[in-house]
Design a protein around this ligand. Structure first.
Ligand code: GLN
Length: 570
């Protein structure tokens, strides 16, 4: 009651400060907060999304949110080499790659509200300060910045109408940059009341090779650190190479007061997609249902159906009849995270095609036409993914030419679409000097350039096409076949340059087919070669890898793997 009153009057009379969005009722939404201890990179997102999936399977509505510590407003400016790929949401928000994990695991499209950074939080607080919203108070980390965090969480709860909001706190407990998030979640637990917020500590059980046994000390200290913030976990997930022994689980249980059945061994698995099933077997989902008192909302029949569909998918992981190698050209070959969604899309297509796909990473920086045979001679298909800048583009064009001439299945993505246009213009249409203005701003033959409409907004920083757009598919094409005859599809974009409309006729006259286009403007979105010319040559101006899901592999990837199998068998 005190809390509710405090919402209205944040005056000097009370120290309570609980700003709530219009229409929000305290204690109605359930929250699961996942914290990382010992070190980062242990798979908080994988744990959190798997648990969320299990609840979604039961018919509950779930909404995840990642709370990032960094001060950037979004991930758009982050270097994938340092931070992994930029994952673009349908509404155009450029986020951390973890949002991709949630979308795939939950088979659910997310929006900007599912992603928060310190930069967004501070910027909102400073805007409010300038607008005089704090009524003359000195603006402080607590309660104002933490209040803003809680506001974001509650706004998400309202907007998504979620039964359960899953909060993943980026980084590790003890980092300066996420301390205010942890404090905000402690406050949230208090304000929402008993049984509303469930806290999970993800920790790490070391097993030094020289000792040959698992040691729990680092895990204990990490969890203790979380407790120093006033948060007592309800559930502990122990990452480890091998299954965590009962003894170590007991030790952790005793030192943390967390019952043994809620100390979960999250050991390495051949695939992350096996995790939900294991969590289910260990009863973690029922523990959460019980602790959050969600029993009344559960649909057991739906749960059984979903569990079975997932079981069918995951039991096929690692089993296969076919074996193929797909080359992926890329500048950031040193860091696999920069191509996380492409790797995942290939995994989904593996299962769908009963195949194992080996990826051969190809750095195109130093290769030219003479080297290509050596590099591509042993692959069954090739992907040229997205990218920015000049480096490696000549090598990519050489690879595409090889694929086109040698009937090697080809999938081009974004930059790989643009390079395919350049290759075709140069080597088939006789436009010898064809180029992209990104590569050569002074080219006389800009087959790829910035469109006039975009040029108008250039300089305002708004010239990147971002987010979901409809793509019209030409009937009777390979694209139409891949997308099961759909007249239009929705895909995600992140690019600046396009096929220059002045060259479309020439390219088409030369035999290139644009089988996916914008509904109104002359914007080319999918290209392909006729089936009698090449078995599988297709490219997209969008990013097909961003919409592939385990049970619904993106058709262009699925088609590539199928074509690679057929080539190998021929
Ligand atoms: N650099 C190209 C462009 O801006 C391609 C972008 C991409 O591959 N994401 O249009």
């Amino acid at each position: 009651m005190d809390l509710l009153r405090s919402v209205k009057d944040s005056t000097d009379e009370t120290e309570f400060y609980t700003p709530l969005p219009e229409g929000y009722t305290l204690g109605q939404t359930k929250y699961v907060a996942v914290f990382g201890t010992v070190m980062s990179g242990l798979g908080k997102g994988i744990f959190s999304s798997s648990l969320a999936k299990l609840l979604k399977d039961k018919g509950l509505t779930v909404a995840p949110i990642k709370l990032e510590g960094y001060l950037n407003i979004d991930s758009g400016t982050l270097n994938p080499f340092r931070h992994g790929e930029v994952f673009v949401l349908d509404d155009g928000m450029e986020t951390d790659m973890d949002l991709g994990t949630y979308e795939r695991m939950l088979d659910q499209d997310l929006v900007g509200a599912n992603f928060a950074t310190s930069g967004q939080i501070f910027s909102a607080v400073l805007d409010k300060e300038r607008a005089g919203s704090y009524l003359g108070r000195d603006v402080q980390m607590i309660p104002h910045v933490t209040g803003e965090v809680k506001m974001r969480l509650r706004e998400l709860a309202l907007q998504s109408e979620a039964d359960v909001v899953f909060i993943e706190v980026g980084g590790t407990v003890g980092d300066i940059e996420n301390a205010f998030y942890i404090e905000a979640l402690r406050e949230l637990s208090y304000e929402e009341g008993e049984g509303s917020v469930l806290c999970v500590a993800l920790t790490y059980v070391l097993s030094p090779p020289t000792l040959g046994e698992q040691k729990s000390k680092a895990a204990q200290l990490g969890i203790k650190r979380l407790m120093e913030f006033g948060i007592h976990p309800h559930l502990i997930a122990c990452r480890a190479e091998d299954r965590v022994t009962d003894k170590v689980r007991q030790k952790i249980s005793i030192y943390t007061n967390v019952p043994l059945k809620r100390v979960f061994s999250m050991h390495d698995l051949p695939s992350i997609y096996l995790l939900p099933q294991i969590m289910r077997e260990e009863g973690l989902d029922s523990e959460v249902v019980q602790l959050l008192n969600l029993g009344g909302l559960i649909n057991s029949a739906e749960d059984a159906r979903n569990a079975q569909a997932w079981q069918e998918f995951s039991s096929r992981i690692g089993k296969h009849t076919h074996d193929v190698t797909v080359g992926v050209t890329g500048k950031y070959t040193a860091l696999r995270d920069s191509y996380a969604s492409i790797i995942k899309s290939l995994e989904h297509s593996e299962v769908a095609n009963d195949a194992k796909v080996h990826i051969k990473w190809i750095d195109t920086t130093d290769i030219d036409a003479a080297d290509v045979v050596g590099v591509l001679g042993d692959v069954d298909g090739i992907i040229v993914p997205g990218g920015f800048g000049v480096r490696g583009t000549a090598g990519k064009i050489a690879c595409i030419q090889y694929a086109r001439v040698n009937n090697l299945p080809y999938l081009g993505i974004c930059l790989g679409f643009q390079m395919a246009v350049i290759e075709y213009a140069r080597n088939v249409c006789g436009l010898d000097l064809a180029d992209s203005t990104e590569i050569d701003p002074d080219t006389q033959t800009p087959v790829i350039s910035v469109l006039p409409e975009q040029k108008k907004i250039e300089g305002l920083g708004g010239n990147m096409r971002l987010g979901g757009q409809d793509v019209m598919i030409t009937p009777g094409t390979l694209a139409a076949e891949l997308f099961d005859g759909a007249k239009h599809i929705r895909q995600r974009f992140r690019h600046r340059y396009e096929v220059d409309p002045d060259y479309i006729e020439q390219l088409e006259a030369g035999g290139l087919i644009f089988s996916g286009r914008h509904g109104e403007h002359r914007i080319m979105q999918i290209l392909e070669l006729p089936r009698d010319v090449h078995p599988y040559f297709v490219a997209a101006q969008f990013h097909p890898e961003l919409t592939s899901r385990p049970l619904r592999p993106q058709p262009m990837f699925k088609g590539l793997v199928r074509a690679a199998i057929e080539r190998k068998q021929a």
